[in-house]
Design a protein around this ligand. Structure first.
Ligand SMILES: Nc1ncnc2c1ncn2[C@@H]1O[C@H](COP(=O)(O)OP(=O)(O)O)[C@@H](O)[C@H]1O
Ligand SMILES: O=C(COP(=O)(O)O)[C@@H](O)CO
Length: 583
């Protein structure tokens, strides 16, 4: 249960403001997140971390001298957008390039990847590292599929210490990779968390049981078992971690390890110390030497009852990086830094870029497109709760919330673009950027690609006909598949977008008017969305819950089909009332 909030949708924003106000000597707020409020060495690499909010001290609490230079902060349990990440990275940049570091979650991978491309295009050298320490989330020979949890701290710390000593971007990336390769975490959960204002917990665990290996958003674990004693749990945790020792460690006996015993929210420090007592004994019995263990909260999940144990297998390089001093709000080591405060920041993120010129014909079409954005927004808002319920079966339950944030922003931005004389393409591109920025998460990134690609194809000159619209949808589908790497059959919205695009192209080649062609293709979209219920997810958050997901359609596929139908209704209304549709 989260007890205190004003309006649930303002929770993340108000939390950042309060955090910054309470820690002004260490951090300052910039659009998209926070950066250090003290000077960093000019010419050094900036380490920018980030992810969804709701995991304090990850990520803002880990910004400060010796640790991250900035943190991009998304909404609750949703990745920040590429725009947020770029804004934080620009503010954190010291002239030595930027390393973006984050946990390996689909939305984060997409948005941080996009941010990297944009920063490089602006002339800021940039690299990324997706952290993969959670051994329960994929088998050892699929390490690249593993999620990032409390091991984030080890990787952030190693990268930041390397940056602090003046390493190049390549060397900082190498330090981060070294830490990631040598860090392993396993977690356990006793009960789920309730997001601010939510009626139900995000996930539940049967009374008296613990979910061994469960992820920080309720991703399923390896097994469920009765909650035993602290020392029994210690044996389980240590045993699993010792089954997954990195191949670079020559021998377990005599090895030096760093350790983090992390509380996920409502397990008390006292309980953690009781458990640590057993863990320390278990490790000592195996001849493993623990260096500077950390027991406390480093990555949390609101009031989730659970914990994780991280071991990182030290070599001289990693031990030096781990032991370097650090002064952030939530994590401190060694002697305090005496860096000068930065002069007051003057951020100018709100500059409005000029729109490309548009013909009168395209501006007329833009009015109708803005109407369609209105219509699709209405539909998403109406169905947001239901979309959340569908997503909660095998995902993290935030699909409705994220989509609602996205469509509200897209609707607002489309209206503003219209007032500034935008053509059809620009209205869609403006809406795309706003959607991706405000929604964050996987679907935010994907919908940004969809609307942006359609906008580019429609352009700002001509009134698009059925063939051009069909071509725009084909390109959007290609763009989504290229960007998100999902294939047909993976149980994502691609399983609707692709058949819809094929059906629309068929109708277009038969010379059907747009409204009719779209309406018929929408039948295919709806059928395809229903058919995703029989599929097994092979990508994204739902992948580990493959079996549970059977019988329930994919949330993103359902919302896409609803949006397609809503746009179709709008086109029909327009053609009935005097040929207003873009044909
Ligand atoms: N790689 C991908 N390519 C295309 N669509 C995807 C991909 N991964 C997930 N999706 C779609 O995104 C939807 C989830 O969106 P959202 O709830 O925003 O995700 P998250 O909570 O992971 O950020 C899924 O239902 C699926 O349709
Ligand atoms: O949850 C996170 C992002 O998840 P996506 O579902 O991939 O957006 C992560 O940042 C930790 O909260």
């Amino acid at each position: 249960m989260t007890w205190l909030f004003n309006h649930p949708s303002d929770f993340a924003k108000e939390m950042v403001s309060g955090f910054v106000s309470a820690n002004a000597a260490i951090v300052r707020q910039v659009p998209g997140g926070v950066v250090r409020s003290t000077c960093s060495k000019p010419g050094t690499v900036a380490v920018v971390v980030g992810g969804g909010s709701g995991h304090y001290p990850a990520f803002a609490g880990l910004v400060g001298q010796g640790l991250a230079h900035g943190a991009a902060m998304g909404n609750l349990f949703a990745s920040p957008s590429a725009q947020q990440i770029c804004s934080v990275a620009r503010a954190a940049n010291n002239g030595g390039g930027v390393l973006l570091a984050f946990g390996n979650y689909a939305g984060d991978v997409l948005h941080f990847g996009l941010a990297r491309e944009r920063l490089i295009a602006e002339g800021i050298p940039c690299e990324v590292i997706a952290i993969t320490d959670d051994i329960s989330s994929a088998v050892a020979d699929e390490e690249e599929k593993r999620r990032g949890v409390a091991g984030d701290l080890v990787v952030f710390k190693a990268a930041a210490a390397a940056a602090e000593r003046g390493d190049s971007l390549e060397q900082v990336l190498a330090a981060a990779r070294l830490a990631n390769q040598r860090t392993r975490t396993i977690g356990v959960a006793f009960s789920g968390c309730k997001l601010p204002g939510a009626g139900q917990p995000l996930f539940t665990i049967p009374e008296g049981q613990m979910a061994f290996g469960m992820g920080i958003h309720g991703e399923p674990g390896i097994s469920e078992m009765p909650i035993g004693t602290a020392s029994e749990l210690s044996h389980h945790l240590v045993e699993h971690l010792l089954r997954d020792v990195p191949s670079s460690v020559p021998q377990v006996k005599g090895a030096r390890v760093g350790a983090i015993l992390n509380g996920l929210g409502s397990v008390k420090y006292e309980e953690l110390f009781v458990l640590w007592h057993s863990v320390a004994e278990d490790l000592a019995q195996r001849g493993i030497e623990v260096v500077d263990p950390q027991v406390g909260e480093f990555v949390t999940s609101f009031d989730m009852a659970g914990l994780s144990l991280t071991l990182f297998w030290l070599n001289d390089e990693l031990e030096g990086l781990w032991q370097a001093p650090v002064y952030s709000s939530a994590f401190r080591k060694g002697s305090r830094f005496n860096e000068e405060p930065l002069p007051a920041g003057q951020e100018s993120e709100n500059q409005v870029a000029p729109l490309p010129k548009a013909s009168a014909e395209s501006r007329q079409c833009a009015v109708r497109i803005a109407g369609m954005v209105d219509a699709l927004a209405e539909t998403v808002i109406e169905n947001a709760e239901e979309l959340g319920r569908i997503d909660a079966v095998a995902g993290d339950g935030d699909h409705g919330i994220g989509m609602e944030r996205g469509v509200r922003a897209a609707r607002e931005q489309a209206r503003q673009a219209l007032e500034r004389g935008a053509g059809a393409g620009s209205v869609l591109q403006q809406a795309a950027d706003a959607w991706a920025d405000k929604a964050g998460g996987t679907s935010g990134a994907i919908w940004g690609v969809i609307l942006n690609t359609i906008g580019i194809t429609l352009g700002n000159e001509r009134q698009p006909d059925t063939l051009v619209v069909a071509q725009a949808i084909t390109r959007a589908c290609d763009g989504v598949m290229h960007f998100g790497k999902a294939k047909p059959g993976d149980k994502t919205l691609v399983d609707v977008l692709l058949p819809f695009s094929e059906a629309l192209n068929q109708q277009a080649s038969r010379g059907q008017p747009l409204a009719e062609a779209w309406w018929n293709a929408a039948d295919v979209a709806e059928r395809s969305a229903r058919e995703t219920a029989d599929m097994v997810p092979k990508i994204g958050r739902a992948r580990p819950l493959a079996e549970r997901s059977k019988g329930t359609p994919d949330a993103g596929a359902v919302s896409l089909a609803q949006i397609i139908r809503a746009v179709g209704r709008c086109m029909n209304r327009e053609s009935e009332t005097g040929g207003m549709a873009c044909h």
